[in-house]
Design a protein around this ligand. Sequence first.
Ligand code: GCV
Length: 717
Amino acid sequence: MKKLIFALIIFFMSVGHSFAESGYRLWMRYDQINDEALRTQYLKSLSGIRIDTISPTLKAASDELGKGLSGLLGRTLGLSSTASIEAGSVVAGTPASSSLIRGLKLQSLAGLGDEGYMLSSMVHNGKQITVIAANTDVGVLYGSFHLLRLVQTQQPVVKLSIVEKPLLKHRVLNHWDNLDRTVERGYAGFSLWNWHLLPGYLQQRYIDYARANASIGINGTVLTNVNANSLILTEEFLPKVAAIANVLRPYGIKVYLTARFSSPIEIGKLKTADPLDESVKKWWKDKADEIYRHIPDFGGFLVKANSEGQPGPQNYGRSHAEGANLLADALAPHNGIVMWRAFVYSHEVDEDRFKQAYNEFKPLDGQFRKNVLVQVKNGPIDFQPREPFSPLFGAMPKTPLMMEFQITQEYLGQATHLVYQAPLYKEVLDADTYVKGKGSTVARVVDGSLDKHALSGIAGVANIGDDLNWTGHLFGQSNWYAFGRLAWNHQLSSENIADEWTGMTFSNVPEFKVSLRGMMMKSRENLVNYMTPLGLHHIMGWDHHYGPGPWIKDKPRMDWTSFYYHKADSVAIGFDRTASGSNALSQYSPQVRKFYGDLKTCPPEYLLWFHRLPWSHRMKTGESLWEALSQRYQQGAESMDPLIAGWNKLAPYVDQERFDQVRMLLAIQKKEAWWWHDACLAYFQSRSGLPFPQGVTPPKETLEFYESQHFHFVPGI
Ligand code: GCV
C-alpha cells in the first residue's frame, strides 16, 4: 500500500508540470535516462533510499531523491525508514538523525562545518551502499542534490569518495523586486513574490525556487529592491515575508530585506533618521526585535545608502560606517548581518566616478561592526560587459568584502541575448590584486582567506521573474546556475559548469555538450565585441540601457552620459586613468597599476578603460586603434551567424519548444548585434572622420537615424 501511494505521488508530480518543456523545470529535469544498460547499472548502486528521522529539510532531501532517482532510473524507489539495509541503498542523514551514520563514526565529518557533506560508496554488513552524510540536515540536502547531479550528468556513482564544503559563507540572491511586483532591471516578467496574495497563498513556484537554489547551494535571498520601500518593514508586510521564509527554510535559505535608511521617519513617525540619535537607535532595535518575532532566523538587511538618491547617514553628516553600525547593533542580538553596499558616487564630487567608492570606503576600513559585510560591485562603474576588478578588493583588509555580481543582464543585452556569464565572473574572481604578493586574488579577498575573515559572502542580482521559464532567456538559467556553483566553489571552471548545466538542462550526448560549451564560452566575448570592444564602457541607451547610445551627452549628470566615459573627438578616444589623467590606477597595488598603466602590457580588452589614445595609435597587431575598433565591431556582429548555425545543428537534441525559444531570441540578438555595430561605427566615425577599413561593413543608416530611435516601455525601469 505504502509503495502504491509513493508511486502515485511520483506520478502526479511528473504530470503536474503540463508546461514541462517551457523551461520551467530548469536544470532539475529528472526524465528517464534513455540508455537501458546505464539505468540498470545505476540501479545496482541506487535501488532504495533510507532516511531515518524526517525533519522538514530531510523530507525535502528524501522527496528530491525519491522524485529524481525514480524519474531518472525509471523505477519507483522505495523510501524506507525502517527496513534493513539492502545492497544498493542510499543512506542519507547526520549522526543525529541516523543510527547507521552515527555508527559509521565518519572522520571526514569533522572538517565539513555546518553546510558540507560527504558522498561515499561503502560496504556495510557485506552490502554495498551509498552514504550521504553531513553534520546538519541541510548538508544532507546539498549532498542529495550532488548525487542527483552525478546521475543527471551520467557520471559514475560507484567508488564515490566526495567531500565538499562551501568556500563562502553567505551565498545570496539579490532581488531588485518592488512591492508592486515590477522588477528593477528585471527582464523575465513580474516579481515572483505575490505580495497581494501572501501570506495565505503559497505558490508551488516558491518551493521550486527554493529547490533550484538549494540544488546549487544558495543559502540566502534578499526579497526586495535596494531602492527600498519602508513599507516592507511594517506589520502589513512582515507576515507575508514570514510566509515566504517558512517555505524557504527547509531548503536552507534565509530571507533578508532591504532597509530604507529613512524608515524611522517614514514608518516610525520620528523626526530624524540620524544614526547617532538615541530614539533612532531604539527604533531600529525595536524593529529588529519585531522582525525576529515573525522570522526567528531572519538573515538581516541589505542597504543602499547615499547612492542614486537613496537616503543615508550622510544626510546627517555621519559616515557609512556609522550608518551600517546602527543597523548591525540592532541585528546583533539575533545573529543578523548587514550587507552595506559600496555602490556610491556623487555628482557633487568632481572626481572620476571610478574612484569614488574607494575614496569613500577605504578610510572606513576597521570601523565596521563584526556583523557587517561591505558589498562591492565586481567593477568600479556598473556591471559593464567587461570591467577591471573594483580597486576596493584588497584595499580594506580589516573589513569582509562581499562580491556583488549582476546575473540579470542590464548591460548585457537584457533577456534577449545569449550570454553565458561564468567567464565574466571567473575573470573577476581570478584577477590578482597583488596586495599581499602574487596570488592575492579577488576570490581570496572575498572568501576571507587572504585576510582571515570568518564572515564572507557573494551576492548575485537575480534574473528571475514569473516568466514560465523563470529567466526570460533560457540561457539566463545558466547564469543563475553558474552564479550558485561559483558561490559554492569559485575554483570550478566555466567549462565544467557549462557541461553540468547543459547535461542536466538538455542532453548528455558528448557532441552536443562539446558544441554547446564552445558556443557558450564564446558568447560573452562576442557581446563585448559588438557592444563595448577595447575597453569602451557605459555607452548604452539612456536610462533603460537598451541598445547603443554612444552619443548620449547633456544629461543632468556628466557620469550618466556616454561621452563622459569615451570622450571621443576627432583626435582621440578613451578615459585617461593614468597619472596624467584621473589617476584611478593609483588605487590599485603597484603591480596592477603598472600592468594596466603601461601600454606595453595593458591588454587590448582594457585599453580604453585606462588610456586616452589617438585614433592612429598602433596596436600590437599593427592595426591603428581606429582599425582595431572597427574590426572588433565587425567580428562581434559576424559572430552571430556561427552561433545561430551552431544552435540549428543542435535541433535533434532539444525539444521543439525550448529549441524555438532560443532560435527566435538568437534572431533578435543578431539584429541587435548589427544595430550595435552600425550605430557605434556611425557614431565613432563621425568623431574620427576616418574611412572604414577593408572588410568592415558600413552602417546601413545615417547616424541621425540611430540617434532618433526611441523605445517605449522597455522592461526593467
Ligand atoms: C537598483 C545601476 C542600475 C540601477 C540600480 C543601481 C544599483 O545604476 O541602473 O537600476 O538600482 O545600479 O545597483 O543600485
